[in-house]
Design a protein around this ligand. Structure first.
Ligand SMILES: Cc1cc2nc3c(=O)[nH]c(=O)nc-3n(C[C@H](O)[C@H](O)[C@H](O)COP(=O)(O)OP(=O)(O)OC[C@H]3O[C@@H](n4cnc5c(N)ncnc54)[C@H](O)[C@@H]3O)c2cc1C
Length: 425
């Protein structure tokens, strides 16, 4: 048996995949990555898979292949329990549900299992609404969209879609759906956009509350110009097969109902005894990203709750924050793992606010530049969309190294030239 430190990473998303790759390459620890899926995708692309304007098969990274290339092991399975005393995690493997869960022993456990939309217990949402929090859900949405689109194309029905949540996810999804419909109309169905009703519901006074008011106003204007009905101050009180009920007594009828509001940590975290949790269920960590009550467990990305003392507010649940935490942790962990001292102190993480970005398909994009980016400022249009894409390319550089990442980028651009811009298959 190896005497190397056993590092178990659960969740191979933005943060977990970067950490597993970085630690695996160093070779100084026995690294296992576990995920409920078999392939990694960049979560901020999910709405494009849902709308059919990007192909998941081109963007998926196979965990087994990534593990082989970077000298870590991959264990498929869904985390169902953590035993902090025995220092083991239990994973249920889909293909073997009747068998006992797989147990993995750890010296250091890194939890990076992301977050989900939060329906705040609104009646009917769980039964009647779609969410796009992972690839399976995005593909499920695409299948439902395709079914309804084919009916609309045959002139049998109109297509009505209502999205709850005026944050970046809801706004980006609305624009992407409109973009997909416009592209499909070019396939000889010029009437298709007339059969579409797209409604975006936000309970607050404006879209994109995390952005400056100027950006909210511009996004509302752009979506309005595209024919998206934006309803702010619209509090949803329930969902049923026909649509949504609003607090003011109104109704929004829709065949496709999407819940893209709120953020909460996965429920499994609430079953880990003795750890401190935030209001939304995230694991509270110190600046060293170790959980406050158990230094053998680290958490990062959306499932962690960290209040950066220099910001005096929680680090946001974004891909940018997850990527920065992974980038901070890898060299620090490599040092202590090489020394065989997994319990040694880690340097504090400081979030560098590089601003927020939102991209409205091919129509527009906006960004605020954080205080660490050229002293703050704004991005508009093409530059904001490029900055949005750049974060993904940085992530790929981390996973593949510069040569392969550049080749992948070039292959994506070639693929865009030869493949149809929207898919119905
Ligand atoms: C449609 C959409 C658009 C977005 N756009 C942007 C954007 O433009 N910019 C931005 O910064 N952020 C954006 N975000 C948010 C961003 O995707 C997240 O903040 C980021 O992915 C968090 O990274 P993470 O590593 O914490 O989790 P994730 O990337 O979500 O990865 C979590 C991983 O954990 C796995 N997992 C979950 N539960 C379990 C379990 N019980 N057992 C085993 N494995 C499990 C999942 O399969 C997944 O691989 C967007 C999100 C969505 C949904």
């Amino acid at each position: 048996m190896s005497d190397k430190t056993r590092v178990v990473i659960v969740g191979g998303g933005v943060a977990g995949m970067e950490v597993a790759t970085g630690l695996g390459r160093a070779g100084s620890a026995d690294v296992v990555l576990a995920d409920r899926g078999l392939s990694h995708v960049w979560k901020p692309m999910l709405h494009t898979f849902a709308a059919g304007t990007a192909r998941p098969d081109r963007q998926k990274v196979d965990y087994f292949a990534q593990a082989k290339r970077n000298r870590f092991r991959f264990q498929p399975g869904t985390l169902v329990a953590v035993d902090r005393v025995a220092r083991t995690v239990s994973l249920v493997v889909e293909e073997a549900e009747t068998k006992p869960p797989v147990q993995l022993a750890y010296d250091l456990l890194i939890l990076a299992i992301g977050s989900r939309a939060n329906d705040f217990g609104t009646p009917g949402v769980a039964e009647h609404c779609l969410t796009i929090d992972d690839l399976t859900e995005a593909e499920g949405f695409h299948a439902a969209l395709r079914r309804h689109l084919l009916r609309a194309l045959r002139g049998q029905d109109g297509l009505s879609v209502a999205i709850v949540g005026g944050g970046a996810t809801g706004v980006e999804l609305a624009a992407e759906l409109k973009h997909a419909i416009d592209l499909l109309a070019r396939y000889g169905s010029p009437d298709l956009p007339r059969h579409l009703r797209l409604v975006l519901l936000e309970s607050g006074p404006r879209l994109l509350p995390a952005f400056p008011e100027r950006v909210s106003a511009a996004a509302t204007r752009t979506l309005g110009d595209l024919g998206v009905e934006v309803r702010t101050g619209a509090m949803v009180t329930g969902a049923n097969p026909a649509g949504f009920a609003l607090k003011d007594g109104g109704r929004i009828d829709a065949v496709l109902k999407v819940w893209a509001a709120g953020v909460k940590a996965p429920d499994v975290l609430s079953g880990i005894e003795g750890l401190e949790r935030s209001r939304t269920g995230g694991l509270v960590v110190g600046p060293d990203l170790r959980t406050t009550k158990d230094p053998a467990i680290l958490a990062l990305g959306d499932c962690a709750s960290l209040t950066d003392p220099t910001l005096e507010r929680p680090v946001p649940a974004t891909a940018q924050a997850a990527h920065q935490q992974a980038g901070h942790l890898v060299p620090a962990l490599r040092r202590i793992l090489a020394a065989g001292t997994p319990e040694a102190s880690l340097p504090p993480f400081h979030y560098r606010d590089r601003g927020a970005l939102v991209s409205l398909a091919d129509f527009n994009g906006w960004g605020t530049l954080g205080r660490y980016t050229f002293g703050g400022g704004r991005l508009n249009g093409l530059s904001a969309r490029l900055a949005h894409d750049l974060l993904y390319r940085q992530h790929q550089f981390g996973l593949f190294g510069p040569g392969l990442a550049l080749a992948t980028w070039a292959a994506d651009e070639l693929d865009r030239m030869v493949s149809p811009p929207v898919r119905l298959d």
